[in-house]
Design a protein around this ligand. Sequence first.
Ligand SMILES: C[S@@+](CC[C@H](N)C(=O)[O-])C[C@H]1O[C@@H](n2cnc3c(N)ncnc32)[C@H](O)[C@@H]1O
Length: 262
Amino acid sequence: MGKSLVEHARSKLLYNELSTVYDLAAFHNTKREAAFLNNIVRRYCGKSIKILDLGCGVGRHVELLHRLYDHSVTGIDISRRMVALARRRCPGCSFRRMDIRKIRLAKRFDAAICMWTTFNYLSNKSDLNRFLDGVARVLSPSGIFILDLKNYSKKGAWCCYSRESADKNYRIRLFIEKKIIKRRINEAIYVYFIRDLRNNRKFLALDQELNKIYGLREVRSITRGRFKVLKVFGDYNTDSKYEARRSDRLILVMRNVNDKRR
Ligand SMILES: C[S@@+](CC[C@H](N)C(=O)[O-])C[C@H]1O[C@@H](n2cnc3c(N)ncnc32)[C@H](O)[C@@H]1O
């Protein structure tokens, strides 16, 4: 059995010492992502539902799904610091520090979401089986599972680039190099130049990202028997059909068909 990348995720600077600059460094469009998620769950589940965010990070989706769309949202994450930031960000929601491979929750959910590269840290059979069994168990019968991954089949996904961002506390200049280091493992090196604008201190940080690469066919085969794929999108937009060579994201909307629960 291959090595699990969860241990790597556990030690990543971005989810620990750098967690306070996660939003600024990651450059997401959270409003757009949350609007997309809300569209999907309304279409399949109804108006205000119970949602579980698997690997919720600092709670950016939890916050908007609750505050803008009135869903009752629970977030779980393995990182103590990410969970602490999420709790501060959305006091009206519930958070637990928990490994997504060992989900233990009494509540049942109408929908579960797993956003960005969280799933790509699950890199061996045992990780995947424990995770998918747990999700199937914690979802209500015929509950919806939205699994979002980067689309590594896109041409030119291997690259080197830089970006800058700032808020009232920090200015970040970030250099990123991404490449495949092994068959089906992507490595990204992140060099952060951070200036704390409150005291004009400067920091330099070097972080690594290791992800297991999954394609559509593989995800279909891994999830078969527990989930039925209803739709596949290529971006956070319900009009975006998934195209292997063009889409930025690979987003599967699945229905729970597993009934060996419970
Ligand atoms: C790329 S971040 C995504 C966070 C959030 N979903 C978002 O989109 O902002 C990945 C998150 O997964 C968490 N994570 C990684 N492996 C995990 C595991 N086995 N159990 C729970 N959380 C995990 C990390 O701590 C990190 O917060």
